[in-house]
Write a protein that binds this ligand. Structure first.
Ligand SMILES: CCCCC/C=C/CC(=O)SCCNC(=O)CCNC(=O)[C@H](O)C(C)(C)COP(=O)(O)OP(=O)(O)OC[C@H]1O[C@@H](n2cnc3c(N)ncnc32)[C@H](O)[C@@H]1OP(=O)(O)O
Length: 389
């Protein structure tokens, strides 16, 4: 029973149809009315269904036993007999549920599973998998993975105000959907060229200070979303990465990089200062000396160097990057999602408060830098094409 590709909408329908709490299978209005024939038909139907997962299979098993044999009265299997113990527990949990009610609940459950698997097979996967409402991103769900792809390849995936907002929206949605892991990546030859420098040009009538203030709030909220993201978060760095797209990597759980990727934080060149909690995470990850070379002197490092310094988890040859990374991620996405979330919490939670405070402090400093001549000149030089990195 293969896992199928489908839209969130269909997944939600399916989830609703599977909402049969293990210990509270209710007596429906039609209870007592499921005939032996209905039950036998459900027994045949269940063999044709796609794999509904272990939890539902246990419910089906328990209801079947209750419907055919009545309350569980066999000895409890030993602790090491895991499978039989899980089955026994599920059956025993039904207590004294009458046989007729168990039969009806079995028929209802199979009927719900059949209709949801019918509707999922009607989905046209390729077109529908893309989630609507994003202009700067392509957000998809497949194989229990939410993939957030920055999608301004002609501009090297530079992060506009709109993209900051859309990434926050996508992360908030991914934290609540039933994906097991979330991946951020880029479309085209770049992962991201960092903050879109035209963000600094749109000055409101209230003046540059107001612009710096609103930019600071946006950036603080953006980085906070990464600090608070509850599920495993993976960066698939498909090409060069600059500025904010590099600094937030310290807040990811895993970073895979193409051999073509480079990592560049040219803050001094731009008259700016570190953000994304990198003033804390980078020295912690790579040691203060290597962090200073990147964050103060703007040294661009290769994927191999970033891996040696601990910023990158693993580097893959560019020619096989996509294939190898997605094969790996699909395997990880099948691990028990709650265990992965909880492990992430255990690893990350004790630092959260500290990271929020660091984020706030970095932004306080950066907001002042944005008003400096050094920063204004650097941005003007880029926009008038006098300077590139
Ligand atoms: C709300 C505010 C929050 C602020 C948060 C602060 C974050 C800090 C940072 O992120 S600092 C990093 C800022 N990024 C840069 O300084 C990179 C600037 N870009 C470049 O130096 C070069 O474009 C390049 C080295 C990334 C790529 O050079 P290449 O020659 O390969 O390509 P082009 O320069 O021709 O780029 C193609 C088009 O894309 C536009 N573009 C690329 N990056 C940015 C960018 N960061 N901001 C704005 N525009 C960018 C480039 O202008 C070209 O556009 P065009 O085709 O219309 O000319």
């Amino acid at each position: 029973m293969a896992h199928t590709k489908r839209t969130l909408c269909v997944r939600n329908q399916k989830r609703r149809s599977l909402q049969v709490p293990a210990l509270q299978l209710h007596v429906s209005k039609t209870a007592m009315r499921a005939s032996q024939k209905d039950f036998e038909s459900a027994l045949s139907q269940v063999k044709l269904l796609k794999d509904p997962g272990n939890e539902v299979k246990l419910k089906l098993y328990a209801l079947y036993k209750q419907a055919t044999e009545g309350p569980c009265n066999t000895p409890k299997p030993g602790v090491f007999d895991l499978i039989n113990k899980a089955k026994w527990d599920a059956w025993n949990a039904l207590g004294s549920l009458p046989k007729e009610t168990a039969r009806q609940n079995y028929v209802d459950l199979v009927s719900g599973l059949s209709s949801s698997s019918d509707s999922s097979s009607q989905v046209k996967p390729e077109a529908d998998r893309k989630q609507p409402g994003y202009e700067t991103l392509v957000v998809t769900y497949e194989d229990s993975i939410t993939k957030i792809m920055m999608n301004r390849p002609a501009k090297k995936n530079a992060v506009t105000t709109q993209m900051y907002n859309e990434i926050m929206l996508a992360l908030k949605a991914a934290s609540k959907d039933d994906s097991a892991i979330t991946v951020l990546t880029g479309n085209g030859d770049y992962y991201s060229s960092g903050n879109d420098l035209t963000n600094f040009t749109d000055i409101p009538p209230e003046g540059i200070e107001e612009k710096a203030k609103s930019g600071a709030i946006l950036l603080r909220d953006f980085v906070d979303c990464f600090i608070d993201f509850p599920k495993p978060l993976i960066a698939a760095v498909n090409g060069p990465a600059v500025g904010i797209s590099v600094t937030i990597l310290g807040l990811f759980d895993t970073v895979y990089a193409s051999s073509r990727a480079t990592f560049h934080t040219p803050f001094s060149h731009l008259g700016q200062s570190p953000e994304g909690c990198s003033s804390y995470t980078f020295p912690k990850i790579m040691g203060p000396a290597k962090a200073a070379e990147m964050l103060i002197f703007g040294k661009k490092i290769t994927a191999a160097e970033a891996c040696a310094q601990g910023l990158v988890t693993e580097v893959f040859p560019d020619s096989t990057f996509q294939k190898e990374v997605w094969t790996r991620l699909k395997a990880y996405s099948k691990l028990p999602p709650n265990a992965m979330r909880i492990s992430k919490q255990v690893i990350r939670n004790r630092e959260k408060e500290k990271l929020h405070a660091i984020n706030a402090e970095e932004i306080r400093v950066l907001q002042e830098r944005w008003l400096s001549d050094e920063c204004t000149n650097a941005v003007m030089n880029f926009l008038t094409r006098k300077a590139k990195l």
